[in-house]
Design a protein around this ligand. Structure first.
Ligand code: ZN
Ligand code: ZN
Length: 411
């Protein structure tokens, strides 16, 4: 069992720093039955922070697997109207959203991937307004994580189930800056100031493109969209409420120009997608589009990502993280993007964040698409940073600036 004081601190952090619950606000918590202890604690803390009503959207990955296995594709694709109404109602009430992620890696390995894919697409389409609401920062939202025994055992295969779960709790607390003797809320204030500094330096350079190179074979130019904005750490929603979308986070990220990525990128960590672990893969881009790819394991799952829709073959995010950073230094492969993406430079196949371009959150998606915003149902992050990563930025007046040397920020 995890230390109760630490569980409580993590819950409070999600409420106060994650979504920054306002007096009288409705709070929605989304999570699985794996995390009920933490979710109960978050609900209590949300009420203590002044929420007038807390709603929990429970799910259970094993029951979801049964559904994927036994339901027909037609049934899976039929999203019930009450579920759509529920999302609408939360949006209308100005709710904030806390997601507790506790994935079970490999659970769906025997499920027909095209079935899972079609069910996912149907759901995405049915609640697209909800996705746009959150991606446009029209309400505060945050994602935190909690362990489960299956996940923990895969991260720490040499420990017993119990010990592994304990170890994963501790790794999550550490990565989230929650310790027995600190005030996590103050620790996050300081952390956010550091991230802001990096954002500012990169915004001031206003690079035309970044050139990534390492000994694994990555040699990639990523053009940035005109008037891009580097972000990372806390953000403001459209009402001006300060919130932190990811706990933990170490990244500073921006919007690539949709048609401006060229060259080869070699992944440095496996990618866990819909219960499948894609390993040892690379992508080749031309004019922004993936034109060639391969993977030593689960190539079909990678192909499924790329074939989801037109935008899935283009990238929507490029993120910089020093190799020498707290999560990276644990040397733990969490098998969870929320952590692993914060250990390494990464990019995302699929949609971009409107906030990563000036005035983006107030601009219609159709207009953003004209300037090189990539739209997609997918946003799939994968890691390609390494300890020998070199990044050189090119300014609009033709100056080259070394941004990363030996895997770390040098500006
Ligand atoms: Zn990112
Ligand atoms: Zn991302």
């Amino acid at each position: 069992m995890p230390n109760h004081v630490l569980v409580n601190k993590l819950a409070k952090l999600a409420v106060k720093v994650g979504v920054n619950v306002q007096k009288g606000q409705v709070v929605v918590i989304r999570g699985t039955t794996e995390s009920k202890e933490l979710i109960r604690e978050i609900a209590e803390e949300a009420y203590l922070a002044g929420s007038k009503a807390v709603h929990v959207q429970w799910s259970d990955d094993y029951i979801s697997k049964s559904a994927l296995t036994h339901q027909t594709v037609e049934t899976l694709e039929n999203v019930p109207s009450w579920l759509i109404e529920q999302h609408k109602s939360f949006v209308d009430q100005g709710a904030c959203f806390i997601s507790v992620s506790s994935p079970i890696p490999g659970l769906n390995k025997d499920v027909d991937p095209s079935k899972a894919q079609r069910a996912g697409i149907a759901m995405q389409k049915a609640v697209h307004f909800f996705r746009e609401h959150l991606m446009g920062n029209r309400a505060p939202w945050t994602i935190i994580a909690a362990p489960n025994k299956v996940w923990a055992k895969q991260v720490f295969p040499n420990l017993t189930e119990e010990a592994a779960e304990e170890a994963l709790w501790n790794a999550i607390f550490n990565a989230s800056r929650v310790t027995l003797d600190n005030d996590p809320i103050q620790a996050w204030d300081e952390h956010n100031r550091t991230l802001l500094k990096h954002n500012k330096i990169l915004n001031d350079y206003n690079f035309k493109h970044l050139h990534f190179r390492n000994s694994l074979g990555t040699d990639l130019i990523v053009e940035l969209v005109k008037d891009h904005v580097w972000a990372g750490g806390g953000e403001h929603d459209t009402q001006g409420v300060y919130f932190n979308p990811n706990i933990p986070t170490e990244e500073t990220f921006t919007m690539p120009y949709k048609w401006g990525t060229r060259g080869k990128v070699v992944a440095t960590k496996p990618l866990n997608y819909q219960g499948k672990l894609i390993e040892d893969f690379y992508l080749v881009f031309d004019q922004g589009k993936v034109v060639e790819f391969d993977a030593k394991k689960e190539k079909l799952a990678l192909e499924n990502i790329l074939n989801t829709d037109e935008g899935s073959r283009y990238i929507g995010e490029i993120a910089l993280i020093s190799h020498d950073s707290p999560i990276s230094n644990t040397n733990i492969l969490f098998l969870n993007t929320l952590f692993d993406e914060n250990a390494s430079c990464h990019m995302a196949l699929g949609r971009a964040y409107p906030m990563n371009v000036k005035n983006g959150v107030n601009t219609k998606i159709e207009d953003l698409e004209k300037i090189g915003y990539n739209n997609s149902m997918n946003h799939v992050d994968f890691m390609f940073g390494s300890q020998d990563m070199e990044i050189v930025g090119l300014t609009h007046d033709g100056k080259e600036v070394q941004v990363f040397k030996n895997g770390n920020f040098v500006i």
